[in-house]
Ligand binder design. Structure first.
Ligand code: CP
Length: 308
């Protein structure tokens, strides 16, 4: 069966069969990542542009590592240092990049819908690496892949709590869609000022205090406070947020035994999550990073070898 999707804009564009195919492909790449020589010639001759108009460590680096391990050529462009900073539009920038004939552009941009906007105008594949508040599909895929490996494959009967700044989080939006479709029950939990409007249309249970959010959960995913997207006055102070909503070993006593802790990063230790919990044996934070390389290798492989 050939992969036929041209672009990855959000997880809702993928069937559960597509997701399983990505996971199975990523499983095989996890093995390559453990070899002494971590390079295969699979995508030799293909090229990928990493166009990050917003800061990134994990997503950008792991796409770069993924491309190189598959022998694709990768080229990076950031907002600073590019002609975007001289006023060139996103449309002209990506048309300029496409004229160099890459096979895919991986885009991060602060504007929701930016990836769709360029995907509709380009012939090469576009992979959304996070657009505003809207979506972060590769993060949701790597989060679910990490949990699938930790749980031996099955999401049925599992409860995942997503904790913190739900309102401004593209990670939360993509994870709610994917985890519920894979069979998990999803709760969202956070201060009322950081919950989005129309939450009743989301397939989630809403918890308004940390204890009930964590109670009986199989996994808790902390979110970063998206201070760059927040208006002033949503929180009394970071100190009060940490005291009321920060995830700690004490708070995790309410969760199921062996419950997993996730965070997409970057983490603010002592704010969203206690430092000792972030480094705990049940923390999957660094497993998420390792999974990110394998999942992005799988995505590059599938999208760059697609057949129309
Ligand atoms: N999780 C995530 O998107 O991290 P980066 O901003 O470092 O890419």
């Amino acid at each position: 069966m050939h992969w036929t999707h041209k672009d990855l804009l959000d997880v809702c564009d993928l069937s559960t069969g597509d997701v399983e195919r990505i996971f199975e492909t990523a499983d095989s790449f996890m093995e390559i990542n453990r070899r002494p020589v971590k390079k295969v010639p699979t995508l030799k001759g293909k090229s990928v542009v990493l166009f990050f108009a917003e800061p990134s460590t994990r997503t950008k680096t792991s796409f770069d590592v993924a491309a190189k391990r598959l022998s694709a050529d990768s080229f990076s462009l950031a907002k600073s240092g590019s002609s975007l900073s001289k006023g060139e539009s996103l449309k002209d920038t990506v048309w300029t990049l496409e004229a160099m004939n890459p096979d895919a552009i991986v885009l991060r941009d602060s504007r929701s819908g930016a990836a769709r906007f360029i995907a509709e105008r380009l012939n090469c594949s576009v992979i959304n690496a996070g657009d505003g508040w809207h979506a972060h599909p590769t993060q949701a895929l790597l989060d679910a892949f990490t949990l699938r490996r930790a749980w031996g494959g099955d999401f049925t009967g599992r409860t995942v709590t997503i904790l913190g700044d739900i309102a401004h989080s593209r990670v939360a939006r993509s994870n709610v869609n994917l985890l519920t479709r894979l069979g998990a029950t999803v709760r969202v939990c956070g201060p009322r000022t950081l919950l989005p409007p129309r939450l009743d249309s989301w397939p989630v249970t809403v918890c308004h205090d940390l204890d009930s959010g964590v109670d009986g959960a199989d996994a808790v995913m902390c979110l970063r406070l998206q201070l760059e997207r927040q208006q002033d006055g949503l929180l009394p102070s970071l100190r009060e947020y940490a005291q009321t909503w920060g995830l700690s070993r004490r708070a995790m006593r309410k969760a199921k035994g062996g419950a997993k802790v996730l965070h997409p990063g970057p983490i603010n230790r002592g704010v969203e999550i206690a430092s000792d919990l972030a480094d705990d044996a049940d923390s999957l934070i660094l497993d998420q990073v390792a999974s990110g390389v394998a999942v992005r290798m799988a995505l590059l492989f599938l999208f760059l070898t697609r057949k129309d």
